[in-house]
Design a protein around this ligand. Structure first.
Ligand code: URA
Length: 286
């Protein structure tokens, strides 16, 4: 939803920046050369039309919910998820009982937005409001995320998809455990494979952990461009950038300027990708 003035009209760019605490307006650094290179080794995926795969999917979606851990071995489960359609993914996530996070959720939250989006933003996991409404980032952090999107000319649902590292609310909004992130990872991977975004923005450490594996501090990840292998995109990699989570920014106003730098860098990267028509970018020399 577009940010609005109290009077109801859309905010100007400067007003948007003020809204997210970045006024006076930051100047973009001079755009420099962006090296884009197709890369990545094509990986043979399991054939989605394979009957054994279809059976495995049916077995998962039709199983009555076991107490917590699914009886389906982890590898078979990930392989089945890797072949799911959006509809199957939605059902599977809604019925998932593969980790303890299922016990206290009201509902699982798959994601929201344009399923053919160029931009994919990934957060940590649903909070109380997201758990109640079934949509990611609808609480206070979500309002800031919407303002951040608007500041770089984006709007929730329009060329933007928003997902989370884990699909169920961690009790008391605690950080998801590594095992919970790992258990949910096949769902996130399938979302990426279906969307095939041109650029992924990771919001916070849990998202970075989910996509990049065990990672260092958020500060050490900022300013880099990672490559997420995307065999479906003809062996190209999807560029990935990392920035602060909006909930953290609500607590740490001083880091909003750094998040703004990251968003500007992401926007430059996307413009370069669009300019070259490439779906891969190896590095951004900022
Ligand atoms: N924080 C997140 O990481 N995701 C949400 O959906 C809401 C808050």
């Amino acid at each position: 939803m577009m940010a609005k003035k109290p009077s109801g009209g859309p905010l100007t760019h400067v007003q948007l920046l003020r809204e997210i605490g970045l006024s006076p307006q930051w100047q973009l650094r001079e755009q420099r050369a962006v090296a884009l290179a197709a890369q990545g080794v094509p990986v043979t995926l399991p054939d989605e039309r394979c009957p054994a795969m279809a059976n495995a999917i049916a077995a998962i979606t039709e199983l009555p919910p076991p107490p917590v851990a699914t009886a389906v071995p982890a590898f078979a489960r990930s392989q089945a998820i890797a072949g799911m359609s959006w509809e199957q993914l939605q059902h599977s996530v809604a019925a998932c009982r593969a980790c303890v996070l299922c016990q206290q959720r009201r509902q699982a939250v798959l994601g929201v937005g344009d399923v053919a989006a160029g931009w994919l933003f990934i957060g940590e996991g649903p909070g109380a409001e997201e758990d109640a409404r079934g949509e990611p980032f609808v609480g206070p952090a979500g309002q800031l995320l919407d303002a951040m999107l608007a500041a770089i000319g984006l709007q929730r649902g329009k060329d933007v998809y928003i997902a989370n590292a884990v699909k169920c609310r961690p009790p008391n909004n605690r950080t998801p455990e590594a095992t919970e992130i790992a258990t949910c990872a096949p769902y996130l991977q399938r979302q990426i494979a279906l969307i095939q975004p041109r650029l992924i923005v990771l919001l916070g450490r849990a998202a970075a952990h989910a996509l990049l594996g065990e990672v260092g501090s958020l500060a050490s990840l900022r300013g880099q461009t990672f490559a997420y292998p995307a065999p479906q995109a003809g062996g190209h990699a999807i560029p990935v950038v990392v920035t602060y989570h909006p909930a953290y920014l609500l607590r740490t106003l001083t880091d909003k300027a750094k998040a703004w730098e990251d968003l500007c860098r992401a926007r430059r990267l996307m413009r370069a990708i669009q300019a070259t028509g490439s779906q891969a970018a190896q590095s951004l020399h900022a």
